[in-house]
Write a protein that binds this ligand. Structure first.
Ligand code: ADP
Ligand code: MG
Length: 536
């Protein structure tokens, strides 16, 4: 048997286009070919389970190997294989995806979710790194002969007889001169680790199995212990601190989504922790740029999201507009908010303790997402300088009762630096006022947000110039200075400050150990704090 033919495509020179533009990242050729090998293995399993294949299944593993001298990379599977007819149909017809047809045919017979490919372009990504590709394949069907297909990346191909004893397929890439970097062990290992770590069929490279075929996100939460979740976290982030808690996502409708989101201890910084969530589609790693799938503030979380409904290989702007992505986005937000509510309800003391580590995250969510604000406002906690936690409602109630100023407005006093503002804190406390500790990088934005949400309430830092409007609750004020003394003290301060934009005013303070305090204008200071904190 010897046959030559032409690949049926409408554009003569589609290969250069594929090569340059299909995927910006050439390394994903391996992801595509290994995924196809995994698909082929899943398919033979399926055929066996529905009685369409009665032979031995044997060991279903995918082997990736390379030969530096021959300049080849080979991906072998023991999947269902292809006949010459099938190769012509599935491989030659670009954009005709065999996977789609397979799913169509068997969709009522099992879960078609297990099949990865449905784009029909994956195989051709091989030509991003190879100048010639051989396929040697033997179909599972009775009496099938092994066949070899060869193509050098032009629209011409060749099919001939081949020798292969066992069922399955070898894809042999003859690596092009400009892609020799892929003939290195560390490089291939690195790519496999990145994309294939959780593929559902064992992948062997250099005589070792490099993947975990059943990662815990594919299992039911009822089968899993806390230890399983912690172990998996360690597998994902070997050197990270233990997470605080996690959410196991499992949605069937109106989209498919599984995954586990971990809450790390969010330190008092927001930048360094992003890009920890990994996005998968049917256990194939896609990206860790989850920007459009996960709301901005949830990017502080760690873990994996797996959804066959997230369109791959498409541009960012398309992703943003995709309706599934939008649904997924709001679903995740809701799940996270619900989980926090549940933790708050079941064990308040524990929640208070955790809040030290997740408070920043919760506030970030409340600042950046109205819907999240509405969900989180019931359990978002504030803490006073004595370490006592309040919900926003509890604090509002407390303040209504106890914290009015001379104008009868409700005020919350807060400190942004417990040590530096200690004398002001003491002064406020002596007047009978509580002081909140709002000292995180986001708090200047959070304070603003609170003021827009709370009725007739304002927040003042303890050293604000409005502090003298507080009512002294039975605390005697010692006026230690006479008017002339005041004048001369004022002068001294003005000279030292040496800034005519700053007004020096002397007020009687109720605290005898403080002969003088310097206060600031709340509004002006807050503006400059916010521009320093950035964003929001
Ligand atoms: P997709 O995977 O999206 O269907 P591909 O271009 O990756 O598109 O592959 C095209 C088709 O070629 C597959 O759907 C499948 O029918 C066939 N194919 C590719 N690789 C293999 C393989 N290793 N074993 C069996 N069939 C394969
Ligand atoms: Mg594919």
């Amino acid at each position: 048997m010897q046959e030559k033919g032409n690949i049926s495509i409408h554009t003569e020179n589609i290969f250069p286009i594929i090569k340059k533009f299909l995927y910006s990242d050439h390394e994903i050729f391996l992801r595509e070919l290994v995924s196809n090998a995994v698909d082929a293995s899943q398919k033979i399993k399926r055929l066996a389970s529905i009685g369409e294949y009665s032979g031995e299944l044997g060991e279903l593993k995918v082997t990736v190997s390379f030969d530096k001298e021959a300049k080849t990379i080979t991906i072998s599977d023991a999947g269902l294989g292809m006949t010459a007819e099938e190769i012509k149909k599935y491989i030659n017809q670009i954009a005709f995806s065999g996977a789609t047809e397979f799913v169509e045919k068997y969709k009522d017979k099992g879960d078609e979710k297990a099949i990865i490919g449905h784009f029909g372009l994956g195989f051709y990504s091989a030509f991003m790194v190879a100048e010639r590709v051989d396929i040697i394949s033997k179909s599972y069907q009775e009496g099938s002969e092994a066949v070899k297909w060869t193509c050098d990346g032009s629209t011409e191909f060749e099919i001939s007889e081949a020798t292969r004893e066992a069922r399955g397929t070898d894809i042999i890439l003859h690596v092009a001169e400009d892609s020799l970097e892929f003939l290195e062990e560390f490089k291939l290992k690195q790519i496999l680790d990145k994309y294939c770590k959780f593929l559902p069929i064992e992948i062997e490279f250099q005589e070792k199995i490099i993947n975990n075929p059943s990662p815990i996100w594919t299992k039911s939460p009822s089968e899993l212990t806390d230890e399983d979740y912690l172990k998996f976290y360690e597998e994902l982030y070997p050197f990270a601190e233990k997470p605080l808690f996690w959410i196991h996502l499992n949605v069937d409708y109106p989209f498919n989504l599984t995954g586990i989101l971990y809450f790390p201890k969010v330190k008092n910084e927001l930048q360094l922790q992003r890009e920890k969530i990994q996005l998968y589609s049917r256990q194939v790693f896609i990206t860790d740029e989850v920007k459009d799938v996960v709301p901005e503030f949830l990017m502080l979380l760690h873990g994996v999201i797996d959804s066959p409904d997230i369109p791959l290989n498409v541009s960012r702007s398309f992703l943003q507009a995709d309706s599934n992505v939008k649904k997924i986005n709001s679903h995740i937000t809701k799940k996270v908010a619900d989980k926090l509510a549940e933790l708050f309800k079941t064990d308040r003391a524990d929640f208070e303790q955790k809040f030290d580590n997740i408070g920043l995250f919760v506030k970030y969510g409340m600042i950046s997402d109205e819907k999240f604000y509405d969900r989180a406002k019931d359990y978002c906690l504030v803490q006073n300088v004595d370490g006592k936690h309040f919900t926003l409602n509890e604090y509002a109630e407390f303040a209504q009762e106890n914290q009015k100023d001379k104008n009868d407005d409700v005020i919350y006093l807060y400190t942004s630096d417990v040590n530096a503002q200690d004398s002001f804190i003491q002064s406020a406390k002596k007047r009978g006022y509580d002081v909140l500790k709002l000292d995180s990088v986001l708090d200047s934005h959070f304070i603003n947000q609170l003021e827009t949400k709370l009725v007739k309430t304002s927040l003042k830092r303890v050293d604000a110039d409005t502090i003298e409007k507080l009512i002294d609750k039975g605390v005697a004020v010692d006026v230690v200075l006479s008017e002339t003394e005041k004048e001369s003290v004022k002068k001294i301060f003005e000279e030292v400050i040496n800034d005519t934009s700053k007004v020096v005013a002397l007020e009687a303070m109720p605290v005898d150990e403080l002969p003088a305090v310097i206060t600031q204008n709340e509004f002006m200071r807050r503006m400059s704090d916010m521009s320093r904190a950035g964003g929001g």
